[in-house]
Design a binder for this molecule. Structure first.
Ligand code: KMH
Ligand code: ZN
Length: 313
C-alpha cells in the first residue's frame, strides 16, 4: 500500500450525490450555487477533494447537465484550490454514454470511475415516507428495484480510454471484491495505469456490506492484487460512515464523507451541512489516530494530478 508522508490522509467530501432525494434532508445542496458553496465550505473544513453531482435546480432530480456542472465547477475553481472531482456515475439510472461526458467537456484532474455493474437498491428508502416533496422522488427510488447500475467491460474500456485521452486520473469506485479483480484485469490490459487510487464503496444495497471484516478483506485482496501500487479510500454509506472511516485511517487508508453518502452527524441527528461532516472526520482522525488531512497540494502530488490550471472551464 502507498502511504502519504507524515501519516497524513486524503479527506474527500461528496456534497450532494444522486442517492438521497430532497425530502430526506432540507440540508441537501440542490441548486448550483448551493452545491458550489457546500464544496468550498467542505474544502475550508479540511477536504482536499470534492466529489460533485448536479441536480435539477427546481426539482432536485439528479441530472447529467453539463451546463449545471460548468456553473458549479466554475464557482469552486474561482474560490478554492480544492481538487474538483466530477462524477461519471451520475444518476445510477442513466447510461454511461451520458455519464462520461464530464471528462471530455472539462478535462478534470480527477473523476470517479465505477469499476463494475451492481444492483443499486434505493427502493427500501421509499417505504419510509408517506409523502414526498416532488412527484419524481418515489418513482426514482422505487425504480431501483429493477435497476442494474451498468458498467460492462466494454463500457469500461471506452470510459478508461476517455480518461486517458484527457489526462484525467480515475478514482476507481469498487462496490465489491470482484471489482478489485476488474481493476487488476484492466491494469493487465494497460487500460488502467499504476499506481491506482481505489474508493471502497460500502453499504450500498447491491454491493458489499459495510462490515468491518469486509473492509479488512478488501484491503487484504488489494494487497494481493496491487502490492505497493495502490492507495484506498473508504465510503461508508449511512450510519457506517464514521465507523469505516476510522477503521480506514487505522489501516493506512483515506476517507470520504458527505451528504451524498450519509445524512446524519450522529444517531438520529441530521447533519446541517457537508462541512459539519468534514469537521467530524477531521476531529475523529486527530483524536483517534493522530492523522491530519492533507491539503490539495500534497494530495495532487500523491495522486499524480495535472494541476487545477489544466481544468477546461
Ligand atoms: N454514489 C456513491 C455510492 C460516482 O458518483 O461515480 C459512489 C459514487 C460513484 O459516488
Ligand atoms: Zn457520486
Amino acid at each position: 500500500m502507498r502511504l502519504l508522508d507524515g501519516d497524513q490522509f486524503i479527506l474527500s467530501c461528496a456534497v450532494t450525490g444522486a442517492i438521497h432525494v430532497p425530502t430526506m434532508s432540507q440540508h441537501l445542496p440542490i441548486r448550483p450555487e448551493e452545491i458550489a458553496d457546500a464544496a468550498v465550505e467542505a474544502a475550508d473544513a479540511g477536504a482536499s477533494i470534492v466529489h460533485l453531482h448536479v441536480r435539477d435546480p427546481v426539482t432536485g432530480e439528479p441530472v447529467n447537465d453539463l451546463n449545471l456542472f460548468r456553473e458549479v465547477i466554475a464557482q469552486i475553481h474561482a474560490r478554492s484550490d480544492v481538487i474538483i472531482q466530477p462524477t461519471t456515475g451520475g444518476a445510477p439510472t442513466s447510461a454511461v454514454v451520458d455519464r462520461i461526458k464530464v471528462v471530455p467537456e472539462f478535462e478534470p484532474e480527477m473523476a470517479s470511475c465505477n469499476m463494475g455493474s451492481i444492483n443499486f437498491g434505493l427502493y427500501p428508502i421509499a417505504r419510509k415516507y408517506d409523502a414526498f416533496l416532488h412527484d419524481w422522488e418515489r418513482d426514482y427510488l422505487e425504480s431501483t428495484r429493477d435497476l442494474v447500475f451498468r458498467n460492462s467491460f466494454e463500457e469500461l474500456e471506452s470510459v478508461l480510454q476517455t480518461f486517458d485521452e484527457h489526462d484525467t486520473v480515475p478514482e476507481l469506485e469498487c462496490y465489491d471484491v470482484g471489482h478489485l479483480y476488474n481493476v487488476r484485469h484492466m491494469m493487465d490490459r494497460d487500460l488502467i495505469h499504476a499506481p491506482v487510487h481505489l474508493q471502497f464503496v460500502m453499504g450500498i444495497l447491491g454491493g458489499i456490506g459495510a462490515d468491518a471484516e469486509n473492509l479488512s478483506h478488501m484491503v487484504r485482496v488489494s494487497e494481493k492484487l496491487f502490492g505497493d501500487q495502490y492507495s484506498f479510500s473508504v465510503i461508508g454509506a449511512g450510519r457506517s460512515e464514521y465507523k469505516r472511516a476510522v477503521q480506514s485511517l487505522d489501516l493506512g487508508g483515506h476517507v470520504r464523507v458527505g451528504l451524498e453518502d450519509n445524512l446524519y452527524i450522529g444517531p438520529g441527528e441530521q447533519a446541517t451541512s457537508n462541512a459539519q461532516l468534514v469537521e467530524k472526520a477531521v476531529s475523529l482522525a486527530h483524536s483517534l489516530t493522530g492523522r491530519s488531512p492533507a491539503d490539495p497540494r500534497v494530495t495532487r502530488k500523491f495522486l499524480g494530478l495535472k494541476g487545477k490550471e489544466e481544468l477546461r472551464i
